[in-house]
Every structure is written in C-alpha cells, then in structure tokens.
Ligand binder design. Structure first.
Ligand code: FAD
Length: 467
C-alpha cells in the first residue's frame, strides 16, 4: 500500500522530534523503551516509575530470592540494548491531563508527551483489615523490598508460617517454606490450590503435592482475623471453621490490584480489570472510542483476543508484558498501515514442590480437561483444556518440552480432545469436567481474567469479599 508522503513525513518527524512518556518502570516499561529505540525512535523518552529501583524481575522474588539463593536487590532486568532516556525513578505519576498532554507527578512536576505508554502494572492486594495488615510478621509479596523483608523473616526460623491464598505465588511461597524446613500452613478458600487458573482436577493434584511435601493445607476455609501480642507482632490466626493457629509469619497472597488510580478523571476506559485497549495496544476512552496517542502494555492492559471469542483478557504473565510492550512500541512509531496486533498465545510457568509447571493458552476458558501424556501418579504429564469441541489451553507438569505441540493446536483452534501425540500415552484419556469455579462466586481471582460482555462469561463482576 502506498502512503501519502505527508503522512510518512509526519511519522519520520515524530521519530526524530517526538516526545514519548512511559509510566511504569518495570518489565513492560523497560522492554517498551528498548523496543522504541530499536524501532528508530530518536526523540525524547521519559520513563516514570514510583519505585526507586532500576527495573527488576519479579518471578525470582517468590522463588530464588525467598530461598535465600539470590539477594532481593540482585534481580535487575538484563538490558537488551542501551536506552537513552530521562529516568524519573522514585516519583509516582498522580494524574493525566489529556487535554494538555501532560503527566502530573507527585513532586508537582508535569511532563509533556506526544505519545504515552501506560505500564503501571499491579500491586499486591493488601490484607483486608488494615490494622492487622500492619502487624509485624504480616507480609505481601510484589516488590523486591517486600521480598527482602519476607526473606529476613523466614531466615529467622519462624515456628510457623501461614500463607493465605494458594494461587501460583502463594503455592510457590509454601514450597519455599518446605525447602527451608519451615512448618507452613496454607489456608485456601477454594477446595484446592490453583483452582482459579487451572481448575479443580489439576487443583487436586496440586493439593496432593503440597500435602506430600508436608504443607498443612486447609481448604474450604478463610482466615477471618489475626491476633497480635503485646509487642504488635502477629501471633494467632482465626479461621472460618472455628480453629485457631499459632503463627509467627503470615503472608497474604490474595491476588493483585491494578494500578489505575492515577488515571482517575482522565476519561479512559479504566476499571477493576485494568485499562481497556484494542488489540494494537491503543487505550479506549471512557466511551469505548480508541485513542490514538495513548497505549497500554503489561499486567494493566485489558484487550480483546481473537482466539478467545474476542473477550477482553487481563493477563498477569511475564511473556505477555514483554510481547505487549514490543507491539505497543512498534505501533507508537509506525504508520497506521504498518501497525501490528498483540495477539499472543498466553504462556506461563511456575516452579513449586520440585515440579516445573508450564502452561499455554487460557486454561480457564475451558470447561473440560483431558490428560494426554504421561502419568498423574508420577506428576509428569500434559493435559489439554477444551471448550465447545476445540482446544483452548494446556498445562504440563515436568513435561514442558511438549508445550509447543499444544500451542500449535491452540493457535489453529484444533479439535478437542486433541489427537494423542502417539507418545507416552496415559492410561485414561477421556475428557472430564475441568472444575473451574462458578465465576459469579468470587474467591481468589485467577491470573487470567476473562471479562467479556457475555453474561455467562467468567469473572463477570467483582464483589469484594473478606477472605
Ligand atoms: P509491574 O511489574 O507490576 O510494573 C509496574 C510498575 O509501575 C511498578 O514498578 C509499579 O510500582 C509502577 N507504578 C505503578 N503505579 C505507578 C504510578 N502511578 N507512577 C509511576 N509508577 C507506577 N509471571 C510469570 O509468567 N511467571 C512467573 O513465575 C511469575 N512469578 C511472579 C512472582 C511474583 C512474586 C510476582 C509479583 C509476579 C510474578 N509473575 C510471574 C508476573 C510478572 O512478574 C508480571 O506479569 C510482570 O511483572 C508484569 O510487568 P509490568 O511491567 O506490566 O507490571
């Protein structure tokens, strides 16, 4: 397609003289900045981050850092290429003035932009009772400072650790406690760990893994209150089944909250699930009209996905932050006809209880599951998820080398159950219900959230509940 020279000149001029501001100086922010320079953007680039640290990696925080293998301040993200930019670290963006194209900062400064990337991610959901949450010995885990504090508490050999919530991060923390020889209780409101992202069938396997490793796993219960001693340290947890537990350390692993507050009043499509954007990472305004100069990437983005019925997906996965940042950066400095869609096949991983769990697709979009390879007893298997006769996701336990096989089928919407790969066939390869929760009864939230407008879709509405 030929482009009018005037339009092409505008893009070229923008690449030389334009001003881009990125808010959020973490994985998505850094990778977008690198990609912008890679795309030939030579204009001014400002990166604003409320944390004082250079961009660092979060996945090791709940794994190697908690184990004490790596200091919490040693997970800086490797730089793919040098980035010439004005780094404004340790200062939060507090507002967005779209009319004047300015980001307002907590220190009173204003930074002008021609194009803006929103990459402010999420934060840990705090304990529901602020007074209890402030007690010594009560933690959440999102930042490297959180990890440093929690690791120090674990190093002090607490008599018992209580992890509240057993999604991926809660389960990883319980696993670390076992590795460190610490007595650990996990309290989970669902009937098994990992039910949100992987359903009850896999949850049962995860529960067995935890119990075999020595975790005191309590399911179907919530923690209703935390009691303190005279020094303001947490000492006891009261559970909904009437039991109490003596504890020294409590880690609330209750999911995350998207950092959208600074956008209040900016009339963008912001809300509980993040910032709505199109598949090209352009933010929607409050009326659902796409903006042309504001882009979104990473955990905070919420975009429709062609493979999943055009439902809006909010993905909290490392790979999604990287690929979203790269597409957003490309589209920020490209002619309209050269823009790319961000339609990643979601993928995730987790290491816990000696097992490498990997997944691809959106498992929670499925309602059936079939074990396709390996052996559940040996905890070395692959399983596929299906919905309405097509494969939508897959998970592997110590069987990750097969993921590309399933990814290719998901990408072409292959039939479910998928044909057996002819290798390592399990004893029983019949599909069964995957046992995801009823989305209208929120407990902990899955790390992939489907929020379409179909009233039967999962994750329809958030109603805050006490755990
Ligand atoms: P974030 O990393 O959340 O970064 C957003 C940044 O913006 C933060 O620095 C935040 O402080 C800053 N910010 C927020 N508001 C403002 C503001 N108003 N002004 C300025 N700055 C602001 N994913 C996997 O796929 N596999 C894993 O094994 C895995 N393990 C994880 C373990 C832990 C403990 C955690 C916390 C996450 C893990 N993840 C994992 C998820 C992965 O780390 C995230 O998907 C990724 O960090 C998202 O990057 P992001 O840049 O979008 O958001």
């Amino acid at each position: 397609m030929t482009t009018h020279p005037l339009v092409a000149d505008l893009v070229t001029a923008f690449k030389t003289e334009g001003r881009i501001v990125i808010v959020g100086a973490s994985l998505a922010g850094l990778r977008a900045a690198e990609a912008l320079r890679e795309e030939g953007f030579h204009g001014s680039l400002t990166i604003i981050g409320d944390e004082p640290h250079e961009p660092y990696d979060r996945p090791p925080l709940s794994k190697q850092v908690l184990k004490g293998w790596v200091p919490a301040d040693h997970t800086k993200l490797p730089r793919v290429r040098p980035v010439e930019a004005d780094w404004r670290l340790g200062v939060a963006a507090t507002g967005l003035d779209r009319a004047n194209r300015q980001v307002l900062l907590a220190d009173g400064d204003k930074v002008g932009y021609d194009r803006l990337l929103i990459a402010t991610g999420t934060r840990a959901r705090p304990w529901f009772n602020a007074e209890e949450g402030a007690l010594d010995g009560v933690f959440t885990l999102r930042t490297c400072d959180d990890a440093a504090r929690l690791q120090a508490a674990l190093r002090a050999h607490p008599a018992r650790v209580l992890v509240v919530g057993s999604g991926f991060i809660g389960s990883e923390m319980a696993s670390v406690c076992c590795d460190l020889g610490l007595p650990v209780t996990v309290a989970e409101r669902s009937d098994a760990p990992l039910v949100g992202p992987l359903g009850g069938v896999i949850g049962e396997i995860a529960a067995d893994m935890q119990r075999d490793a020595g975790v005191d796993l309590r399911t179907g219960v919530s923690v209703e209150a935390l009691d303190r001693d005279a020094d303001g340290h947490v000492r006891r947890a009261r559970l909904s089944d009437g039991t109490t537990l003596d504890v020294d350390v409590v880690v609330a692993s209750l999911g995350s909250i998207r950092n959208v507050e600074w956008l209040e009043g900016a009339d963008l499509a912001t809300g509980f699930w993040g910032v709505g954007c199109d598949a090209g990472c352009r933010a929607f305004d409050i009326n659902g009209v796409v903006t042309d100069n504001i882009f979104v990437a990473g955990d905070i983005a919420r975009a429709p996905h062609v493979l999943y019925g055009y439902q809006f997906l909010s993905l909290e996965h490392w790979d999604n932050a990287v690929s979203g940042a790269e597409v957003a950066a490309h589209n920020m400095v490209s002619l309209e006809t050269q823009r790319r869609p961000h339609l990643p096949l979601p993928s995730f991983w987790s290491g816990q209880f000696g097992i490498n769990i990997k997944g691809v697709g959106v498992c929670s979009f499925g309602d059936e599951i079939v074990f396709t390879q390996g052996s559940v007893e040996d905890r070395r298997f692959a399983a596929a998820y299906g919905r309405r006769g097509r494969i939508v996701g897959a998970v592997t336990f110590d069987h990750g080398k097969w993921l590309p096989y399933y990814a290719a089928m998901i990408e072409r919407s292959a039939p479910f159950p998928p044909p057996p790969p002819g290798y390592d066939q399990p004893k029983d390869a019949r599909p069964v219900p995957a046992r995801f929760r009823d989305p209208r009864v929120p407990t902990e939230l899955p790390d992939v959230v489907l929020t379409g407008h179909d009233p039967t879709s999962r994750g329809a509405e958030f109603r805050p509940t006490k755990r």
